[in-house]
Design a protein around this ligand. Structure first.
Ligand SMILES: Nc1ncnc2c1ncn2[C@@H]1O[C@H](COP(=O)(O)OP(=O)(O)OP(=O)(O)O)[C@@H](O)[C@H]1O
Length: 293
């Protein structure tokens, strides 16, 4: 007997999640024995409903939303036996992509096949979990700008925000400390990847593996603006990591300090530096349609 809770984040995808809720619930009911639908009127309410469903012992918490909604589901499911599934209905949907569930049909198939996998999670010093990428610097400024944009919907919003933020780009002295090394670098951005991508499919940490117990860290150092402009297209392919201005590290714990940058994790605003984070092995049971993430 599989009990599931469907957590609808009505704001995700500019209301797309709310519009899809009825048909998604009907599809999911073909794959589980019981499905209760939950909708709140605020993100705090959504977080509370997620916690209550997990405390009630549901087998699966299905989030219908984007990365922000999935982030709320992660907080509730981390360290529990409740599996998290994500039906993508947001703008970026990077966690859903990492789980290989790009539609409700993918989630239904994975539920029917009982396809789950234990994945690592990142944990901030204040106890907040993240599933995909934590970033600071240029990329968090892009997030800040993209979140404030009314147009366009979809990944193009991030492309426009990138171009706008390039104009204001200044390197800052960043310190990256891991269990093995201390890197001091004039940096433009840092990304700590549990999974590979943020911003709607930008593989900023292209070799990240959410089941290896380690973060992949990408640091982009100071470089002339024209060099960065040439690097931009390679961000979509992950080839930016070959550029001499880019450093990559792999570590279990990381502390970022230096600039007055704000961290973004799973596309959500966290807090300013210093940011201590730890990779917790197998902290999340996820419904996934691919054997390795
Ligand atoms: N019931 C709710 N009412 C208002 N906001 C909510 C509610 N539930 C969740 N949220 C918030 O809505 C915000 C946007 O949701 P989400 O990130 O899922 O969608 P998106 O921004 O369209 O997609 P993505 O993050 O994939 O780009 C998140 O910050 C989330 O915390």
């Amino acid at each position: 007997m599989t009990r599931a809770a469907l957590l609808v984040c009505p704001a995700s995808g500019k209301g797309r999640a709310a519009r899809m809720a009825g048909s998604v619930a009907a599809r999911l009911r073909t794959a589980v024995d019981r499905l209760d639908l939950h909708v709140a009127s605020s993100s705090e309410g959504t977080a509370a409903l997620a916690r209550r469903a997990v405390d009630d012992g549901v087998d699966v918490l299905v989030v219908l939303g984007g990365d922000g909604g999935a982030h709320l589901g992660v907080q509730a499911c981390a360290g529990t036996p409740t599996a998290l599934a994500v039906v993508p209905a947001g703008t970026g949907n990077d966690l859903a992509a990492a789980l290989g569930t790009t539609s409700v049909d993918d989630v239904v198939d994975a539920l029917c096949a009982r396809s789950t996998r234990a994945l690592d999670l990142g944990r901030l010093g204040n106890g907040t979990w993240f599933a995909t990428v934590l970033c600071a610097g240029f990329d968090s400024a892009v997030n800040e700008r993209a979140n404030g944009m009314r147009w366009p919907a979809g990944p193009r919003r991030y492309d426009l925000a990138i171009v706008a933020e390039l104009a204001a780009l200044r390197p800052e002295p960043l310190v990256v400390e891991t269990e093995d090394e201390r890197l001091e670098v004039d940096a433009l951005l840092v990304a700590i990847g549990n999974t590979t991508s943020y911003g709607g499919g930008i593989p900023v940490c292209p070799d990240a593996d959410a089941a290896d117990g380690l973060f992949d860290i990408t640091v982009v150092g100071a470089a002339p603006r024209r060099t960065l402009l040439r690097m931009l297209p390679t961000l979509r392919t992950g080839r930016h990591v070959d550029h001499p201005a880019v450093r990559t590290l792999r570590a279990k714990s990381v502390r970022l300090s230096g600039p007055s940058w704000v961290g973004y994790a799973d596309g959500e605003r966290m807090h300013g530096l210093p940011l201590p984070v730890e990779c917790r092995s197998a902290a999340l049971l996820a419904v996934t349609s691919i054997p390795s993430v």
